[in-house]
Design a protein around this ligand. Structure first.
Ligand SMILES: Cc1cc2nc3c(=O)[nH]c(=O)nc-3n(C[C@H](O)[C@H](O)[C@H](O)COP(=O)(O)O)c2cc1C
Length: 220
């Protein structure tokens, strides 16, 4: 698979086989991600790969917090709102995905159900938490994003699926404590990682993108 095909065919995976990914392959995709560019080669990224019984215990912790109504306090705050044209895109994807997967968008428990599935890491055998020093500038979050994209593309090249999950860092302080990550660090994102489960074609939802012309200005 060439780079263009690999980037274009990557998609967020939300159903995984339970089989663990060998650690040499995990190391290979993480070391590939380390080749990402960063501001002054600052490399503002660290990861915690959580698997096995520890991952299951983390699921229990997060679902427990959700069920008792603990307010989410992610290290990177949830967006308070979106400009109208961006909000329209988000709503379009949500409506298309719900229709394809037969999700009842009026279900009052919808967000909670989505969070439970996220906290179960969609059945993935690993969750890769990406974190960095808390007092780094905004550029470092940008750099961590580049790191994540490279990691996800490198994983895809190895036949491994990933999904970036902001929901999973809802309870950042508790996760940091659970993973023995210091309070001087901020959690940026979680990436559930594993071999994708086969999805029957009629249930496969591939997200769309805006027309190219709507995002380019050619200036000469
Ligand atoms: C910063 C960020 C946060 C995301 N958070 C979640 C999440 O909490 N749960 C989830 O299932 N997907 C999450 N996603 C995945 C997006 O929904 C997905 O990337 C987007 O719909 C485009 O689909 P694709 O990845 O299949 O191309 C997140 C993606 C990004 C980049």
């Amino acid at each position: 698979m060439d780079a263009i095909e690999c980037i274009k065919s990557r998609m967020s995976i939300r159903k995984f086989k339970p089989d663990p990914v060998p650690s040499d392959i995990l190391k290979k995709i993480i070391s590939t991600a380390q080749r990402s560019p960063s501001y002054k080669n600052s490399q503002p990224w660290e990861v915690a790969v959580v698997s096995g019984a520890k991952k299951d215990a983390l699921t229990e912790l997060l679902i427990g917090l959700l069920e008792k109504g603990a307010p989410p306090q992610p290290d990177i705050p949830e967006p308070a709102g979106w400009p109208q044209h961006i909000d329209a895109r988000i709503k379009k994807t949500f409506a298309e995905r719900s229709a394809k997967l037969g999700v009842n968008i009026n279900d009052p428990d919808l967000v909670k159900k989505a969070k439970r599935a996220n906290f179960r890491f969609y059945g993935a055998p690993h969750c890769i938490f990406v974190f960095q020093d808390r007092d780094l500038p905004s550029w470092s979050i940008f750099d961590a994003g580049l790191f994540c994209q490279t990691l996800m593309v490198a994983a895809h090249a190895e036949g491994i699926g990933t999904v970036p999950q902001a929901f999973v860092i809802d309870y950042s302080a508790e996760i940091r404590r659970f993973l023995s990550i210091g309070d001087n660090k901020r959690l940026v994102i979680a990436l559930s990682t594993g071999y994708p489960e086969q999805i029957e074609p009629s249930k496969l939802f591939v997200t769309g993108r805006e027309p190219l012309d709507s995002i380019i200005k050619w200036i000469e």
